[in-house]
Design a protein around this ligand. Sequence first.
Ligand SMILES: Cc1ncc(COP(=O)(O)O)c(C=O)c1O
Length: 340
Amino acid sequence: MLVRLAIKQRGADVSNSYLPWAYFDRRFVPVSEARLPVGCHAVQYGQGVFAGIRGYLDQDGSTINVFRLPDHFKRFVQSASIIKVTPPGPPEALAEILVELTRRNAPAGDVYYRPFAYDEGEGLGPSLSGSGFAIYMLPVGDLTPQNGLAVMVSSWRRVTDNAIPARGKISGAYVNSALVREDARVSGFDDAIVLNERGKVAEASVANLMIVRGGTLITPAVTGDILEGITRRSLLLLARDMGVPIEEREVDRTELYVADEIFLCGTGAQFAPVVSVDRRTVGTGEPGPISAALRRRFMDIVRGREPQYAGWLTRVPAAAARDAGQPAAHSERVTQSAGA
Ligand SMILES: Cc1ncc(COP(=O)(O)O)c(C=O)c1O
Protein backbone atom coordinates (compact mmCIF):
# COMPACT_ATOMS: atom_id res chain seq x y z
CA MET A 1 0.00 0.00 0.00
CA LEU A 2 1.58 3.26 -1.07
CA VAL A 3 -0.18 5.59 1.34
CA ARG A 4 0.84 4.59 4.82
CA LEU A 5 -1.91 4.94 7.33
CA ALA A 6 0.24 4.53 10.40
CA ILE A 7 1.96 7.90 10.39
CA LYS A 8 -0.73 10.49 10.65
CA GLN A 9 0.08 11.98 13.99
CA ARG A 10 1.12 15.58 14.56
CA GLY A 11 4.90 15.46 14.49
CA ALA A 12 6.72 12.70 16.27
CA ASP A 13 5.23 12.78 19.75
CA VAL A 14 7.97 10.83 21.43
CA SER A 15 7.29 12.45 24.81
CA ASN A 16 10.88 13.24 25.52
CA SER A 17 12.07 15.29 28.43
CA TYR A 18 14.22 18.35 28.30
CA LEU A 19 17.54 17.83 29.99
CA PRO A 20 17.74 19.77 33.27
CA TRP A 21 20.04 22.63 32.32
CA ALA A 22 19.56 25.27 29.65
CA TYR A 23 21.53 28.37 28.71
CA PHE A 24 19.34 31.47 28.80
CA ASP A 25 19.96 35.18 29.23
CA ARG A 26 23.73 34.68 29.48
CA ARG A 27 23.60 32.07 32.27
CA PHE A 28 23.13 28.37 32.81
CA VAL A 29 19.72 27.94 34.42
CA PRO A 30 17.26 25.13 35.19
CA VAL A 31 15.36 24.67 31.95
CA SER A 32 12.08 25.68 33.60
CA GLU A 33 13.50 29.21 33.99
CA ALA A 34 14.14 29.63 30.26
CA ARG A 35 10.94 31.50 29.42
CA LEU A 36 10.10 34.40 27.09
CA PRO A 37 7.58 37.21 27.66
CA VAL A 38 4.40 36.74 25.66
CA GLY A 39 4.71 40.19 24.06
CA CYS A 40 8.25 39.91 22.73
CA HIS A 41 8.99 40.06 19.01
CA ALA A 42 10.25 36.48 18.94
CA VAL A 43 6.86 35.24 20.14
CA GLN A 44 4.59 37.73 18.35
CA TYR A 45 6.36 37.96 14.98
CA GLY A 46 8.53 34.84 14.80
CA GLN A 47 11.68 36.97 14.92
CA GLY A 48 14.18 34.37 15.89
CA VAL A 49 16.54 31.93 14.24
CA PHE A 50 17.33 28.49 15.47
CA ALA A 51 19.61 25.56 14.90
CA GLY A 52 18.98 21.86 15.28
CA ILE A 53 22.14 19.97 16.14
CA ARG A 54 22.59 16.30 16.98
CA GLY A 55 24.97 14.73 19.42
CA TYR A 56 25.48 10.99 18.84
CA LEU A 57 26.73 8.56 21.45
CA ASP A 58 30.09 7.35 20.21
CA GLN A 59 30.77 3.64 19.78
CA ASP A 60 32.93 3.92 22.93
CA GLY A 61 29.72 4.53 24.95
CA SER A 62 31.21 7.42 26.90
CA THR A 63 31.47 10.29 24.41
CA ILE A 64 28.90 12.49 22.71
CA ASN A 65 29.91 13.28 19.13
CA VAL A 66 28.34 16.63 18.27
CA PHE A 67 27.98 16.64 14.50
CA ARG A 68 29.56 19.57 12.64
CA LEU A 69 29.18 21.97 15.53
CA PRO A 70 31.25 24.87 14.09
CA ASP A 71 29.33 24.66 10.80
CA HIS A 72 25.97 24.76 12.54
CA PHE A 73 26.93 27.84 14.51
CA LYS A 74 28.41 29.49 11.45
CA ARG A 75 25.07 29.13 9.65
CA PHE A 76 23.26 30.17 12.81
CA VAL A 77 25.19 33.45 13.04
CA GLN A 78 24.59 34.07 9.34
CA SER A 79 20.87 33.40 9.76
CA ALA A 80 20.76 35.79 12.72
CA SER A 81 22.43 38.53 10.70
CA ILE A 82 19.65 38.32 8.10
CA ILE A 83 17.14 39.42 10.73
CA LYS A 84 19.61 41.69 12.56
CA VAL A 85 19.76 39.62 15.71
CA THR A 86 23.16 39.65 17.41
CA PRO A 87 24.10 36.46 19.30
CA PRO A 88 26.38 36.91 22.32
CA GLY A 89 29.55 35.93 20.46
CA PRO A 90 31.09 34.40 17.34
CA PRO A 91 30.41 30.76 16.37
CA GLU A 92 33.38 29.52 18.44
CA ALA A 93 32.04 31.16 21.62
CA LEU A 94 28.55 29.74 21.04
CA ALA A 95 30.06 26.30 20.50
CA GLU A 96 31.85 26.59 23.85
CA ILE A 97 28.54 27.33 25.57
CA LEU A 98 26.99 24.26 23.97
CA VAL A 99 29.89 22.07 25.03
CA GLU A 100 29.65 23.35 28.61
CA LEU A 101 25.89 22.73 28.59
CA THR A 102 26.55 19.17 27.45
CA ARG A 103 29.00 18.69 30.32
CA ARG A 104 26.42 19.95 32.80
CA ASN A 105 23.63 17.77 31.45
CA ALA A 106 25.92 14.75 30.90
CA PRO A 107 23.52 12.88 28.61
CA ALA A 108 23.65 9.09 28.52
CA GLY A 109 22.67 8.76 24.85
CA ASP A 110 21.86 10.63 21.63
CA VAL A 111 20.76 14.23 22.07
CA TYR A 112 19.26 17.07 20.10
CA TYR A 113 20.26 20.70 20.74
CA ARG A 114 18.14 23.76 20.02
CA PRO A 115 20.10 27.02 20.02
CA PHE A 116 17.81 30.02 19.54
CA ALA A 117 18.77 33.66 18.85
CA TYR A 118 15.87 36.06 19.01
CA ASP A 119 14.45 39.53 19.33
CA GLU A 120 13.48 39.93 22.96
CA GLY A 121 12.13 43.47 22.38
CA GLU A 122 8.52 44.10 23.35
CA GLY A 123 7.67 47.24 21.38
CA LEU A 124 4.44 47.15 19.39
CA GLY A 125 5.05 46.53 15.71
CA PRO A 126 7.81 44.52 14.05
CA SER A 127 11.27 46.03 13.62
CA LEU A 128 14.59 44.25 13.33
CA SER A 129 16.97 44.01 16.30
CA GLY A 130 17.62 41.74 19.28
CA SER A 131 20.33 39.95 21.20
CA GLY A 132 18.51 37.12 22.98
CA PHE A 133 20.18 33.72 23.01
CA ALA A 134 19.27 30.35 24.49
CA ILE A 135 20.13 26.69 24.11
CA TYR A 136 18.23 23.73 25.44
CA MET A 137 18.67 20.07 24.77
CA LEU A 138 16.81 16.80 24.96
CA PRO A 139 17.36 13.10 24.40
CA VAL A 140 16.36 12.02 20.93
CA GLY A 141 15.94 8.99 18.69
CA ASP A 142 14.73 8.75 15.10
CA LEU A 143 12.30 11.59 14.40
CA THR A 144 11.47 10.44 10.90
CA PRO A 145 10.99 6.81 9.84
CA GLN A 146 14.22 5.64 8.23
CA ASN A 147 12.74 2.69 6.37
CA GLY A 148 10.80 4.33 3.52
CA LEU A 149 8.53 7.38 3.36
CA ALA A 150 5.41 7.89 1.24
CA VAL A 151 5.39 11.58 0.29
CA MET A 152 3.30 13.94 -1.82
CA VAL A 153 4.09 17.16 -3.64
CA SER A 154 2.52 19.96 -1.61
CA SER A 155 0.12 22.52 -3.04
CA TRP A 156 1.89 25.10 -0.86
CA ARG A 157 4.95 26.90 -2.21
CA ARG A 158 8.24 27.36 -0.38
CA VAL A 159 8.87 30.83 1.06
CA THR A 160 11.00 32.78 -1.40
CA ASP A 161 14.25 34.59 -0.83
CA ASN A 162 12.53 37.96 -1.29
CA ALA A 163 9.76 37.19 1.21
CA ILE A 164 11.23 35.20 4.12
CA PRO A 165 14.57 33.71 3.08
CA ALA A 166 14.60 29.92 3.42
CA ARG A 167 18.39 30.22 3.63
CA GLY A 168 18.10 31.57 7.16
CA LYS A 169 16.62 29.16 9.68
CA ILE A 170 14.06 31.77 10.67
CA SER A 171 11.41 30.76 13.20
CA GLY A 172 8.52 32.55 11.49
CA ALA A 173 9.25 30.75 8.22
CA TYR A 174 8.37 27.44 9.88
CA VAL A 175 4.70 28.35 9.54
CA ASN A 176 5.36 27.48 5.89
CA SER A 177 6.80 24.11 6.95
CA ALA A 178 3.81 23.50 9.22
CA LEU A 179 1.36 24.19 6.37
CA VAL A 180 3.25 21.73 4.18
CA ARG A 181 3.42 19.03 6.84
CA GLU A 182 -0.20 19.37 7.88
CA ASP A 183 -1.29 19.10 4.26
CA ALA A 184 0.63 15.83 4.03
CA ARG A 185 -0.59 14.52 7.36
CA VAL A 186 -4.29 15.00 6.69
CA SER A 187 -3.84 13.45 3.24
CA GLY A 188 -2.31 10.32 4.76
CA PHE A 189 1.30 10.86 3.70
CA ASP A 190 4.45 10.85 5.80
CA ASP A 191 5.69 14.20 4.51
CA ALA A 192 5.51 16.50 1.50
CA ILE A 193 7.95 17.92 -0.99
CA VAL A 194 7.47 21.59 -1.62
CA LEU A 195 8.12 23.47 -4.87
CA ASN A 196 9.49 27.00 -4.98
CA GLU A 197 7.73 29.90 -6.70
CA ARG A 198 9.44 28.96 -9.98
CA GLY A 199 7.72 25.58 -9.77
CA LYS A 200 10.99 23.71 -9.18
CA VAL A 201 11.60 21.22 -6.37
CA ALA A 202 12.89 22.97 -3.25
CA GLU A 203 12.95 20.55 -0.32
CA ALA A 204 10.73 18.64 2.11
CA SER A 205 8.92 20.33 5.01
CA VAL A 206 11.92 20.18 7.35
CA ALA A 207 14.63 18.42 5.37
CA ASN A 208 16.61 18.69 2.16
CA LEU A 209 16.01 16.28 -0.67
CA MET A 210 18.25 14.31 -3.00
CA ILE A 211 17.46 12.09 -5.95
CA VAL A 212 19.51 9.55 -7.88
CA ARG A 213 19.15 9.28 -11.66
CA GLY A 214 21.39 6.99 -13.71
CA GLY A 215 23.92 6.74 -10.88
CA THR A 216 24.22 10.53 -10.38
CA LEU A 217 23.25 12.14 -7.08
CA ILE A 218 21.20 15.28 -7.80
CA THR A 219 19.96 17.92 -5.38
CA PRO A 220 18.44 21.40 -5.77
CA ALA A 221 21.05 24.18 -5.73
CA VAL A 222 21.38 26.53 -2.76
CA THR A 223 19.73 29.26 -4.84
CA GLY A 224 16.53 27.19 -5.07
CA ASP A 225 14.85 28.50 -1.88
CA ILE A 226 16.19 25.80 0.39
CA LEU A 227 17.87 25.77 3.75
CA GLU A 228 21.57 25.28 3.11
CA GLY A 229 21.60 22.03 5.04
CA ILE A 230 24.69 20.87 6.90
CA THR A 231 23.67 17.22 6.32
CA ARG A 232 23.13 17.96 2.62
CA ARG A 233 26.62 19.43 2.32
CA SER A 234 28.12 16.51 4.25
CA LEU A 235 26.42 13.92 2.04
CA LEU A 236 27.57 15.67 -1.13
CA LEU A 237 31.15 15.48 0.15
CA LEU A 238 30.73 11.84 1.13
CA ALA A 239 29.25 10.97 -2.26
CA ARG A 240 32.16 12.69 -3.99
CA ASP A 241 34.64 10.78 -1.82
CA MET A 242 32.83 7.55 -2.71
CA GLY A 243 33.13 8.32 -6.42
CA VAL A 244 29.43 9.06 -6.97
CA PRO A 245 28.90 11.88 -9.52
CA ILE A 246 26.96 14.81 -8.04
CA GLU A 247 24.90 17.64 -9.54
CA GLU A 248 23.49 20.69 -7.77
CA ARG A 249 20.85 22.11 -10.09
CA GLU A 250 17.15 22.81 -10.60
CA VAL A 251 15.03 19.69 -10.22
CA ASP A 252 11.68 19.34 -12.01
CA ARG A 253 8.64 17.89 -10.24
CA THR A 254 8.39 15.02 -12.72
CA GLU A 255 12.00 14.04 -12.09
CA LEU A 256 10.67 12.84 -8.76
CA TYR A 257 8.42 10.42 -10.64
CA VAL A 258 11.24 8.92 -12.70
CA ALA A 259 14.08 8.98 -10.16
CA ASP A 260 15.76 5.69 -9.28
CA GLU A 261 16.17 6.71 -5.64
CA ILE A 262 15.04 9.61 -3.45
CA PHE A 263 15.88 10.45 0.15
CA LEU A 264 15.39 13.27 2.62
CA CYS A 265 18.32 14.44 4.71
CA GLY A 266 18.71 16.74 7.67
CA THR A 267 19.59 16.82 11.32
CA GLY A 268 16.10 15.80 12.36
CA ALA A 269 15.27 13.55 9.41
CA GLN A 270 18.83 12.15 9.38
CA PHE A 271 18.64 9.99 6.28
CA ALA A 272 15.12 9.04 5.27
CA PRO A 273 14.60 7.11 2.01
CA VAL A 274 11.42 7.94 0.05
CA VAL A 275 9.62 4.98 -1.51
CA SER A 276 6.75 6.80 -3.23
CA VAL A 277 5.87 10.30 -4.45
CA ASP A 278 2.27 11.20 -5.25
CA ARG A 279 1.51 7.45 -5.09
CA ARG A 280 4.06 6.62 -7.76
CA THR A 281 6.62 4.08 -6.60
CA VAL A 282 10.22 5.28 -6.54
CA GLY A 283 12.58 2.80 -8.22
CA THR A 284 11.95 -0.68 -6.86
CA GLY A 285 9.92 0.61 -3.93
CA GLU A 286 12.81 -0.17 -1.59
CA PRO A 287 15.67 2.14 -0.51
CA GLY A 288 18.22 2.02 -3.36
CA PRO A 289 21.92 1.10 -3.34
CA ILE A 290 23.40 4.61 -3.38
CA SER A 291 21.07 5.73 -0.56
CA ALA A 292 21.95 2.61 1.44
CA ALA A 293 25.71 3.07 0.98
CA LEU A 294 25.58 6.77 1.89
CA ARG A 295 23.43 6.11 4.92
CA ARG A 296 25.75 3.38 6.19
CA ARG A 297 28.77 5.64 5.81
CA PHE A 298 27.02 8.57 7.47
CA MET A 299 25.97 6.51 10.49
CA ASP A 300 29.49 5.08 10.82
CA ILE A 301 30.89 8.61 10.85
CA VAL A 302 28.56 9.97 13.53
CA ARG A 303 29.25 6.96 15.77
CA GLY A 304 32.97 7.61 15.51
CA ARG A 305 33.80 4.61 13.32
CA GLU A 306 35.40 6.58 10.46
CA PRO A 307 38.63 8.27 11.58
CA GLN A 308 38.89 10.00 8.19
CA TYR A 309 35.90 12.17 9.13
CA ALA A 310 36.72 12.64 12.81
CA GLY A 311 37.07 16.36 12.10
CA TRP A 312 33.28 16.57 11.72
CA LEU A 313 32.79 15.60 15.36
CA THR A 314 33.18 17.64 18.54
CA ARG A 315 33.72 15.09 21.29
CA VAL A 316 32.25 15.81 24.73
CA PRO A 317 32.11 13.41 27.72
CA ALA A 318 28.78 11.60 28.15
CA ALA A 319 27.24 10.43 31.42
CA ALA A 320 29.21 7.19 31.42
CA ALA A 321 32.43 9.19 31.52
CA ARG A 322 31.36 11.33 34.46
CA ASP A 323 31.42 10.79 38.18
CA ALA A 324 28.14 10.13 39.97
CA GLY A 325 26.10 13.10 41.21
CA GLN A 326 24.23 14.18 38.08
CA PRO A 327 21.21 16.42 38.41
CA ALA A 328 18.03 14.36 37.96
CA ALA A 329 16.36 14.59 34.54
CA HIS A 330 13.79 17.35 34.42
CA SER A 331 10.28 15.99 34.35
CA GLU A 332 8.77 18.45 31.87
CA ARG A 333 7.36 16.61 28.88
CA VAL A 334 7.48 18.05 25.41
CA THR A 335 5.89 17.18 22.13
CA GLN A 336 8.55 17.11 19.50
CA SER A 337 7.84 18.30 16.03
CA ALA A 338 10.15 16.13 14.04
CA GLY A 339 13.10 17.31 12.31
CA ALA A 340 13.32 21.04 11.82
C1 LIG B 1 13.54 23.40 6.04
C2 LIG B 1 14.75 22.56 6.32
N1 LIG B 1 15.51 22.17 5.30
C3 LIG B 1 16.60 21.41 5.50
C4 LIG B 1 17.00 21.03 6.76
C5 LIG B 1 18.25 20.22 6.94
O1 LIG B 1 19.29 21.02 7.42
P1 LIG B 1 20.44 20.43 8.33
O2 LIG B 1 21.05 19.30 7.59
O3 LIG B 1 21.40 21.56 8.50
O4 LIG B 1 19.84 20.00 9.59
C6 LIG B 1 16.23 21.43 7.86
C7 LIG B 1 16.59 21.06 9.25
O5 LIG B 1 16.94 20.01 9.63
C8 LIG B 1 15.08 22.22 7.64
O6 LIG B 1 14.34 22.64 8.67
